[in-house]
Design a protein around this ligand. Sequence first.
Ligand SMILES: *[C@@H]1O[C@H](CO)[C@@H](O)[C@H](O)[C@H]1NC(C)=O
Ligand SMILES: *[C@@H]1O[C@H](CO)[C@@H](O)[C@H](O)[C@H]1NC(C)=O
Ligand SMILES: *[C@@H]1O[C@H](CO)[C@@H](O)[C@H](O)[C@H]1NC(C)=O
Ligand SMILES: *[C@@H]1O[C@H](CO)[C@@H](O)[C@H](O)[C@H]1NC(C)=O
Ligand SMILES: *[C@@H]1O[C@H](CO)[C@@H](O)[C@H](O)[C@H]1NC(C)=O
Length: 251
Amino acid sequence: MELPVVFMAVLVLCSSAAYAQTAPSPSLTPTPAPAPAPEFVNLTELFSVAGPFNTFLGYLESTKVIETFQDQANKTEEGITIFVPKDSAFASLKKPSLSNLTADQLKSLFLFHALSHYYSLADFRNLSNMSPVATMAGGQYSLNFTDVSGTAHLTSGWSVTKVSSSVHSTDPVAVYQVDKVLLPEAIFGTDIPPTAAPAPAPEIAPAADAPKAADSDDLSPGSSPDKSSSYRIMSWGRLILAISGGLVLFL
Ligand SMILES: *[C@@H]1O[C@H](CO)[C@@H](O)[C@H](O)[C@H]1NC(C)=O
Ligand SMILES: *[C@@H]1O[C@H](CO)[C@@H](O)[C@H](O)[C@H]1NC(C)=O
Ligand SMILES: *[C@@H]1O[C@H](CO)[C@@H](O)[C@H](O)[C@H]1NC(C)=O
Ligand SMILES: *[C@@H]1O[C@H](CO)[C@@H](O)[C@H](O)[C@H]1NC(C)=O
Ligand SMILES: *[C@@H]1O[C@H](CO)[C@@H](O)[C@H](O)[C@H]1NC(C)=O
């Protein structure tokens, strides 16, 4: 019979090949395959390292709104857009104080700072047409958006502010810095003191805002490095392991 001869030849070939391959790499430890990274953004971590957003994060944690936000951020098909005031915005907030709000009002106020959908800066023009836009606080807690020379302005009645920078904008999570704490009419009423909401003069102001708009184009994430070469090395390593493993079973 010829079969055993062929079989032996294959076995000899295999073993010599295995010797040649395994000999120089005895210290090769089997590295775990790289886990397919899920698109998970840890908001607590993001607010801790960006900013300073410590006041905002502190309120999110004490009201447990951080869990609602994280849950929404995990829904990758919907996503989330969050407007984050800097610590200085809270420090300069004197007139309507947050200190005597009830727990429920405080919770609504922070839910008011987010939309339950991911919006890139380019999508803000649509939001202007959709105003008033419902926030995660629901009900009458809505925000109006206007586009002034490419810069998104937000108004809640009490607060007129604008998106001053993009902190993070990769689908499904968008985090934009705003200049002021957003104060909803649903909590503070419509009896707005004239000083709280100075009439915006968009016909005169755009020149001051224009340079900001130029930033909005280079916000796309950098191209990811090519991983194919390291992957190929991994594959060879696994092949060698598989061959030598099979040989051990044979002998
Ligand atoms: C998110 O980050 C915070 C702070 O780094 C950490 O305490 C927390 O466990 C992280 N959460 C998840 C779900 O990874
Ligand atoms: C969000 O997803 C992460 C990673 O999958 C998970 O650890 C975390 O518990 C989730 N958080 C919420 C609030 O759903
Ligand atoms: C907070 O307290 C001040 C004075 O103690 C009061 O005038 C104001 O109406 C209170 N605000 C809210 C939202 O309850
Ligand atoms: C914004 O509007 C344009 C056209 O008006 C439309 O094609 C696009 O899908 C809209 N984007 C969102 C996020 O609604
Ligand atoms: C938002 O826009 C709607 C419709 O244009 C308007 O009726 C409402 O008064 C605006 N609200 C604020 C707070 O500007």
